[in-house]
Design a binder for this molecule. Structure first.
Ligand code: ATR
Length: 282
């Protein structure tokens, strides 16, 4: 309940939950957004053990928490747990942003896809309308970005995955056979793409998906959803093939955070300076 003394209340409380979580950049990013926009809030990182997610969310809400970001491996569990879901969350089958309303209801959203699309279009000037796109991987990361990518009307999206059936099934789910094709890496074909996005977990293991060199031309933009201090194996490979642009996923991370911040606070932070400061701190 609000009162005359609301200005004495503590800062609004937010957190990211996942496992592992100690290396999460989200607290740094949201602290930077809060400072920049003059919003009074605190944002922490909470490590949650397998089997403890529902309890952890309940505890956070009971302590007055206003919103959560959810990361690996709990995005699907979060989807199942929330009282309401945005259309983006329904489409993604995963929730990365929860808002708690004053009446105790939870609303789940997914800002990953819009984060990727904004980073590509606004930060890097990549045109998606009419583009021929190759998406590598068919797990949660790729599922989460498909809806917002399709909405921008590319001319073609090929989803290629190590386990072919998963790519075929994912493509079929979106019911856009005019636009979407799922296949194994061996069936990508010989044509080049305007944009290649690595959404596999291969970079984490230092592996490179077996992509045909013909997929890259000197006009191709290559994007890895992963990021690190050094370029990933995929990024190094893309540079060696002569790609026009090679981009890591740090901008996507900051842009999805900005969208979450906007959902919670109704204010859209400037992302450029935050991307630069997180990059410098890697
Ligand atoms: P996420 O939610 O991060 O997408 P995920 O659902 O476990 O995680 O999916 C991981 C993706 O990376 C899958 O597409 C996986 O391929 P499979 O479906 O064949 O397992 C892909 N992947 C993981 N390691 C890989 C590697 N070394 N080479 C190629 N693809 C890999």
């Amino acid at each position: 309940m609000s009162s005359l003394f609301d200005f004495d209340a503590g800062p609004a409380s937010y957190a990211v939950m996942g496992n592992p979580i100690s290396h999460s950049k989200s607290p740094l990013i949201h602290a930077a957004f809060a400072a920049q926009t003059g919003q009074r809030l605190e944002y922490s990182a909470i490590q949650v053990d397998a089997g403890g997610f529902e309890q952890a969310v309940g505890n956070f809400r009971a302590s007055g928490g206003k919103g959560l970001n959810i990361t690996v491996p709990f995005k699907q569990e979060a989807w199942a747990l929330v009282d309401e879901r945005s259309e983006r969350a329904v489409q993604a089958g995963a929730v990365n942003t929860i808002s708690f309303s004053d009446d105790g209801r939870s609303v789940g959203d997914n800002t990953d896809g819009v984060g990727l699309v904004r980073d590509l279009m606004e930060n890097h000037g990549v045109e998606l309308c009419g583009a021929r796109i190759l998406l590598l991987g068919a797990g949660g990361a790729v599922r989460g970005v498909l809806g917002p990518m399709i909405a921008l009307q590319p001319s073609e999206i090929v989803i290629a995955n190590r386990t072919e059936e998963k790519a075929v099934e994912l493509a079929a789910e979106f019911k856009r056979s005019d636009l979407l094709r799922g296949c194994g890496f061996q069936s990508i074909g010989e044509q080049s793409f305007d944009l290649i996005i690595n959404g596999t977990a291969a970079s984490l293991q230092g592996d490179l998906p077996p992509i045909p060199a013909s997929a890259v031309s000197d006009k191709t933009c290559c994007y890895d959803m992963m990021y690190g201090k050094e370029p990933t194996v995929f990024m190094r490979w893309a540079s060696e093939q002569g790609a026009a642009k090679v981009i890591d996923g740090l901008g996507m991370l900051v842009e999805q955070a900005a969208e979450s911040f906007f959902i919670w606070r109704g204010v859209r932070p400037e992302t450029g300076e935050v991307i630069a400061s997180v990059k410098a701190a890697l």
